[in-house]
Design a protein around this ligand. Structure first.
Ligand code: PLP
Length: 440
């Protein structure tokens, strides 16, 4: 099969940049991307047969760990019954009901109806179309450093790979389309108020990550989401909460669930008009969803005038993986993931401190990231104002020692319920040398 370098050269001959998603190219950290051939529990294995403790977890989906036996079995069974029908299945309704039950807190439902799609990008794109269809308005507010997938209108000042590559947006997005997106600083309600004043009757919706996690972790300030929802409503706009990354990862009912259940203080007492899910909901298979209040969701075709469709939407194999994942993701799973995050985050900060590296940890539930700056990160400008170059040597040292971190300082670290003591020990053992590399 060749080694990682040979694989990368070969891939570059046929796939742009050798990758099917930009951050995988290691451009901001240097070195050769690992070409993976397997994943099990907390580990991934590359073409050279090297095993790494994985803190990427497929960028979120692998909450239970890789290749969890009950998920693999559900996928095998579903595949044996047929890969894709292009028709409705009982399992889709089962998953829809399961998700709605899980996200009902003290009798308050996060949403009434849910439509399944294949990617988070489609989910947020459909949410925006619904907001425009519901309000008859065209302008959308998003926050700098938030990533909502790669649809035209949502790439301005986006996080994730757009932030990693230092791009203001994307070529190929018509100015007319980009002009309909207002990008505001995160955690800044005054900026939102000012935008509503400046564009009266024009703003269809406000989209926000439930907790920012694509410019590193940027947690919402206390009460921010609730106040944002109130502001949107007062001004006749819809509030769209993007839980593609946080949904079913930071807790059984996502970030909104933590606020509704008062685990996160000062956040209870509101529900979004629309919410998007992805990643964990498909347990590693291509599945995502847009959900919301019945009046808004029933605007979707075939009931209403807002069109949305998909050949593979609600794919039976993906739905089986989603059901098996959510059924296995009980309270004990979240306790394990939270505890593993505590262990790694505190060791990380201790080792960086003892190596004399100025840094701050940002945390939202079990999600965390490091920023090489002295004080807390509140918005995208803060996230960029750091000695980000320290991450490359840190990352490379961890990789050399068998720990696979996200290849960008602008990404969260993901743990799973399969990260047991042995896996955590390997991470803790690798940290001191990596911290020294970051200090150099
Ligand atoms: N929204 C958020 C918050 C995300 O983190 C992502 C992907 O990382 C997306 C949307 C897009 O999802 P997908 O990559 O499945 O299109």
């Amino acid at each position: 099969m060749g080694d990682n370098s040979q694989q990368f050269s070969r891939a570059k001959g046929v796939i742009p940049g050798g990758v099917n998603s930009p951050v995988r190219a290691f451009r901001s950290v240097g070195g050769t991307p690992r070409f993976l051939v397997g994943a099990r529990g907390p580990f991934v294995t590359d073409v050279e047969g090297r095993e790494y403790v994985d803190l990427v977890c497929s960028w979120g989906p692998a909450l239970l760990g890789h290749a969890h036996p009950s998920v693999v079995k559900a996928v095998q069974d579903a595949a044996a019954r047929g890969l894709s029908f292009g028709a409705s299945t009982p399992a889709e309704t089962e998953l829809a009901e399961l998700v709605r039950e899980r996200t009902t807190i003290d009798g308050t439902r996060l949403f009434d109806r849910i439509r399944m799609v294949s990617t988070g990008t489609e989910a947020t794109m459909t949410a925006i179309r619904l907001a425009r269809g519901a309000t008859g308005r065209d302008v959308i507010i998003k926050f700098a450093g938030h990533y909502h997938g790669h649809s035209d209108g949502l790439l301005a000042d986006a996080g994730s790979g757009v932030a990693t590559l230092g791009l203001p947006g994307s070529a190929g997005v018509p100015a007319e389309v980009a002009g309909l997106t207002l990008v505001l600083p995160y955690n800044d309600l005054d900026a939102v108020r000012a935008a509503f004043l400046a564009h009266p009757g024009r703003i269809a919706g406000v989209i926000t990550e439930a907790a920012g996690a694509n410019a590193g972790v940027l947690a919402p300030e206390r009460g921010f989401n609730r106040a944002l929802a109130a502001l949107a409503r007062e001004n006749g706009a819809l509030i769209i909460v993007d839980e593609v990354l946080t949904g079913f990862r930071v807790g059984p009912a996502g970030w909104w669930g933590l606020e509704a259940a008062r685990v996160v203080p000062d956040g209870a007492g509101w529900t979004p008009d629309l919410v998007t899910f992805g990643k964990v909901i498909g347990g590693g298979m291509p599945l995502a969803a847009v959900a919301g209040r019945a009046e808004v969701m029933d605007l979707l075709a075939p009931l209403g005038p807002v069109y949305q469709a998909g050949t593979l939407s609600g794919n039976p194999v993906a739905v089986a993986a989603g059901i098996a994942t959510l059924r296995a993701a009980d309270a004990a799973v979240y306790e394990r993931v939270d505890a593993a995050a505590d262990t790694v985050a505190s060791a990380l900060t201790a080792e960086l401190s003892s190596a004399g590296v100025e840094h701050v940890l940002s945390r939202a539930g079990s999600l965390f990231s490091v920023a090489f700056r002295p004080d807390a990160v509140r918005d995208y400008d803060d996230a960029r104002a750091q000695e980000g170059w320290r991450y490359g040597p840190f990352f490379s040292s961890m990789l050399e020692q068998g720990v696979n971190l996200p290849p960008s300082v602008f990404e969260a670290w993901f743990l799973s319920a399969a990260h047991d003591d042995a896996a955590l020990d390997r991470i803790l053992t690798a940290l001191p040398a990596a911290a020294r590399a970051a200090a150099a």
